[in-house]
Design a protein around this ligand. Sequence first.
Ligand SMILES: NC(=O)c1ccc[n+]([C@@H]2O[C@H](COP(=O)([O-])OP(=O)(O)OC[C@H]3O[C@@H](n4cnc5c(N)ncnc54)[C@H](O)[C@@H]3O)[C@@H](O)[C@H]2O)c1
Length: 255
Amino acid sequence: MSAGKHVFITGGASGIGLAIGKYFATKGYVVTLSDVNGDTLAGAARSLEGEGIRVNCHVMDVTNQSQVDALPEQMETPIDILINNAGIQHVSPLEDFPEDRWKLLIDIMLTAPAMLTRALLPSMRQRGYGRIINVGSIHSLVASPYKSAYVAAKHGLLGFAKTVALETGDTDITINTLCPSYVLTPLVENQIADQARTNGISEDEVVKDIMLAPMPKKAFIQFEELAETALFLASPQARNITAQAIVIDGGWTAR
Ligand SMILES: NC(=O)c1ccc[n+]([C@@H]2O[C@H](COP(=O)([O-])OP(=O)(O)OC[C@H]3O[C@@H](n4cnc5c(N)ncnc54)[C@H](O)[C@@H]3O)[C@@H](O)[C@H]2O)c1
């Protein structure tokens, strides 16, 4: 166990980031949840506090380079574990994909994890320990139509992680990418509604016939499965697991 270490999670106000943060906090880690949306973040922290769980909050837009660069000096204690989780989706055929949206997805889900890692590596190196955990996706490994920016960003994370793993082989720093298939979060709930509208089918049909169809297990991935995997990656026992895609996909990629 690495309890007492400081874990910093981007996109921590909602969904997977919030759930992982909660899990780490209950295991004795110091948790900072960060998000661009200050109100949602404050609400999430208040609701955790209602459950007796204390977390720090840090409002930051991961695409804002000066905010990213200022991060190490703004933290009271150095960050040991960085979870690059912030993400958005945009679904559109490439021909109609707005250029600004394409670039924004790449900025949030590929460039920002790189720039955050760059900002935090020096102090991780200095203290001889660091864990970088990217929240990738099954779309780090396979594609779906109309998600070109998302798929490109998530594939890119794997190449980025391999490179940093080679650059940090001389110390106890690892970098890995969690690759879950669908998890029921606000991001996915919005997609269910969108796809039902676009395809003229019910939301139940979107879940059954589109989302869960490629997964032999036919179930959404649960938060605890991701959080427990991240917890293991943070542990000393995972010191030789680096540059890996950790695939939690209900068997999707078996075909
Ligand atoms: N939900 C799924 O099925 C699923 C599957 C695979 C991977 N993922 C990945 O998990 C991560 C979290 O997704 P989620 O489903 O929990 O979504 P979510 O929408 O519930 O949470 C994403 C959070 O990221 C924040 N965010 C967006 N842009 C930001 C920015 N510029 N700076 C800082 N924060 C920003 C949002 O405010 C939000 O709180 C994403 O990277 C997503 O691609 C999700």
